[in-house]
Design a protein around this ligand. Sequence first.
Ligand code: NAD
Length: 359
Amino acid sequence: MSTYQVSLIPGDGIGPEVAEATRRVLEATGITFEWEYCDAGLDALEKHGNVLPEATLESVRRNGIGIKGPITTPIGSGFRSVNVGLRQELGLFANLRPGRSIAGVQSHYDNVDLVVVRENLEDIYAGVEFDTGTQDAADVIAAINERSKKQVAADAAISVKMITPGNSRRIVQFAFDYARQNGRKLVTAVHKANIMKYSDGLFLKIAQEVAAENPDIQFNDRIVDNMCMQLVQKPELYDVLVMPNLYGDIVSDLVSGMIGGLGVAPGGNIGEKASVFEPIHGSAPSHAGKNEANPVAMILSGAMMLRHLGEQGAAESVEHAVSKVIGEGSAVTYDLRADRDPAKAATTSGMADAIIAAM
Ligand code: NAD
C-alpha cells in the first residue's frame, strides 16, 4: 500500500484541535500518510514574517495535496486573507462544497443533497481594491467618470469585480464533469446577469455555451436572490449549483445552515496541479483552545480528500462512522446537542475517539 505525502496546515483558532482530530481519524482508516506540517496565518507571521510562507506553498505544490484548518482574517485591516491567497497562489480554481443532510443533525430540513461549485480565483474576491480618499482611488474614479454615463462619487472606496471567459468556462465545465462523475442530473448556473449585464452576463453566456456542449446533463439558471428563496422553499428541485466567487461564498453558507450548520460542512479547493481540502467554517475564536469545537466538518473534508486520492472505501468508512456517531447522538459536540451545553457534550477529541471506534 502506498504512503501519501500530504501538507497539513492546522491553521489557528479551533484549527489545530479539529486538524488533530482529523489526522487521527484519517490514520485510523489504515491508509498511511506522511504529514508535512505547514505554518500559515498569524503564527506564521511571527515565525516567518509572512502570513503565507513560501515554504507552505512549496510543500503543497510538491505534494499536490493538502488539508487545512481555518485561519483568522482580521476584518478591515491591511492583512490579506491567507485563504484567498492560498487559492490564488496555487491556482485552486474550484471550491467544491457539498451539502448533504446527516440523520441526527438538528435542522429545519432533513433531505438536502446539494453541491455548490464556487469559482475560486476571480470576481470581487480577486483583491483589486482602492481605499476611500487615496490618490489611486481618485485616479481610478477619474478614469471611470471620463468613460461612464453613471458617475462614481469622489470619496468612494472601490472593489473591482472581474469575470473572465476562461475562468467561467473552466468552472462551469468542472461542474458538468463533477455532475457526470457523481451521477448527478442537473447543473444550475447562479448569477445576477439582469443587473451586472457585462460581468455576470458573460458568466451566464459562457455557462449556456458549456451546457450546450454537455447535453447529457440538464441545465438551467437562476438569479441569485431568487435562488436563495427557492433553496429555502424547495431544495429538492436543485442538484449541482455553479456560480461566481462571492455568490458561492454566501450560498454555500446558506446550504450549510440547511444541513445543520458549519460544524458539519466540508469543502475542497481543487486545482489543476494541487488541491487543498478544508472545512467551510472559520476559526471560531470563542471556542479555541477549549477542546469543544465540532471536528466533523474537517473530518468530512478529509473524506473528500480520500475520494480525491481514489481511496473510495476509506472515504466511505469515515463518512459512515461520522453518520453513526451523530445518529447515536451521545458522543457529539455541543453544537449538535439541543441544549448546546458544552459541559454535557463530547469534547473535540472525544468525538474523534467515537468516530474511530465506529470505524
Ligand atoms: P466561524 O465559522 O468561525 O464561526 C461562525 C459560527 O459558527 C460561530 O458561532 C462559531 O462558534 C460556530 N462554529 C464554526 N465552526 C464550528 C465548529 N467546528 N464547531 C462548533 N461551532 C463552530 O465564522 P466567523 O466568526 O465569521 O469567522 C471567524 C474567523 O474565521 C474570521 O477571522 C474569518 O475571516 C475566518 N474564516 C476563515 C475561513 C477559512 O479559514 N477557510 C473561513 C471562514 C472564516
